[in-house]
Design a protein around this ligand. Structure first.
Ligand code: ATP
Ligand code: MG
Length: 430
């Protein structure tokens, strides 16, 4: 495995070496664990590091953050800490076992050794470790047959009660099955179906469910997971009125295409929260009030809730964009929406050619247009009243996009025209 660690980017290797020597000098054993070990063996890209410490992880993380002058945060109740380096992070956790107070609740944590820490994990392929102490650096620890299962592309739980202890593992199984193209091992599949039949997922704390929902929707191809969830479990764990049909799945595919289109074409735009677009599609047919209740119940963030509710309420009014319109009308209609909402509309209205053209026009051209004149220019020109600048500039902006002029001189000329109009109409009304 030493060779595998050597395939990591240099900054990862460096931080592992530093952590290793800090652990050695404190005589503590540390291990790389979980998904990252799996991904190293599968030769997949690795983003963050997970380390288990047979000792005080918070203390070690604290020393590491001092050594590399990195940011550090800790969670005493869980005995975990995170150290940030560059754009990445390294999670350090005190080796632990868990006892469950009741199905689906957060585990209570008590210190234990690596072996016990690994057995509490979801699947054998995620329950391997790599030693990081100097005398055994890079040595693979595979106590539960993870390597064999990885080679056989087999997803296997650690013990029979696994899905009942933590039903979110049902969703995790589907996620890994679809991501890696693995098979859920026979007994695991049977136990998973049994857990599904007892409606185990519906007992899970909504915040934990939310985190798993987000992870599924962040997959490279959420479509595959959604199809599988729909046939195995359904979406009762979100709301019992969710029914997905052929059109819903068509929409998921079109959303995937719209996101791909956006990422390819608009490389410099803001990074998307693409998963929110899929969630909006899952909830779409429910009444608005119900959607709001669900979003609150799962404690989605305010910005995420706004995107989804504005998609729901904007869907029908937006139909009016399916004809040739003045640029300023397109701008006024779409400006209140986030990129995520616009991509949703792009996918939803994929057959409405003119509507799509207008969305493209907004993203391609309109959002880049800025006025050259600013409020201070108006002030210099002695325009009055001062409190009308905002309105005047907005009006000028609409003229600019409709008439397509570019120079500052054009803006000034139009501004004067607007101003004369305003004065003459106020004269008439006096
Ligand atoms: P990904 O590549 O999606 O990040 P991962 O396997 O790294 O997959 P994480 O959610 O990052 O998954 O969790 C890291 C590790 O923690 C897992 O590999 C697994 O060992 C353990 N783990 C996470 N969630 C659970 C769970 N619900 N039950 C048991 N073990 C879990
Ligand atoms: Mg991970």
């Amino acid at each position: 495995m030493v060779n595998r660690i050597k395939t990591l980017p240099p900054q990862f290797q460096k931080i592992l070496k530093t952590t290793s020597s800090l652990a050695d000098s404190a005589a503590i054993k540390i291990y790389l664990v979980g998904g990252i070990v799996r991904d190293l063996i599968l030769k997949r890209a690795v983003f963050d590091l997970d380390i288990v410490v047979e000792g005080d992880a918070i203390e070690l993380a604290h020393r590491l953050s001092e050594k590399i002058k990195g940011r550090f945060s800790k969670h005493h109740a869980f005995g975990t800490a995170v150290v940030y380096f560059g754009e990445h992070k390294i999670d350090l956790a005190t080796a632990r076992t868990e006892s469950y107070s009741c199905n689906g609740a957060l585990p209570k944590v008590t210190p234990a050794s690596l072996k016990e820490d690994l057995i509490r994990r979801d699947f054998t392929i995620n329950a391997m470790a790599i030693s990081l102490n100097k005398d055994s650096y890079g040595y693979l620890i595979d106590l539960y047959g993870g390597l064999e299962d990885l080679k056989n592309k087999s997803l296997k739980i650690m013990h029979d009660k696994s899905f009942l202890d933590d039903p979110t593992r049902i969703l995790r199984a589907i996620r890994f099955e679809q991501r890696f193209g693995f098979n859920i091992e026979q007994d695991t599949y049977r136990l998973m179906k049994e857990a599904i039949n007892t409606k185990a997922l519906q007992l899970v704390n909504p915040h934990r469910l939310r985190d798993e929902i987000i992870l599924i929707l962040q997959e490279q191809k959420p479509y595959l997971c959604l199809v599988r969830i729909n046939s195995l479990e359904g979406f009762n764990f979100i709301d019992k009125n969710i029914r997905l049909d052929k059109n819903s799945f068509r929409l998921f595919l079109d959303i995937g295409k719209a996101i791909g289109h956006y990422k390819k074409k608009y490389k410099n735009h803001r990074k998307l929260k693409a998963w929110v677009i899929y969630l909006a599609a899952i909830l779409l047919k429910l009444p608005s009030e119900k959607i709001k209740r669900i979003l609150n119940n799962f404690a989605f963030k305010r910005g995420e809730r706004i995107i989804i509710t504005s998609i729901k309420s904007g869907l029908y009014p937006l139909k009016k964009l399916n004809k040739k319109l003045k640029m300023s009308v397109i701008y006024k209609t779409l400006n209140p929406y986030s990129f995520e909402s616009i991509l949703f509309f792009y996918a939803y209205y994929h057959r409405q050619k003119q509507l799509r053209k207008n969305l493209d026009c907004f993203l391609d051209q309109l959002i880049h247009i800025r006025l050259k004149l600013k409020g201070r220019d108006l002030k210099k020109m002695n325009f009055k009243p001062l409190n009308s600048y905002g309105k005047v500039l907005t009006k000028l902006f609409y003229y600019k996009i409709d008439e397509g002029f570019k120079s500052k001189r054009d803006e000034i000329r139009t501004l004067k025209r607007l101003f004369r109009k305003a004065i003459s109409s106020s004269d008439k009304s006096n």
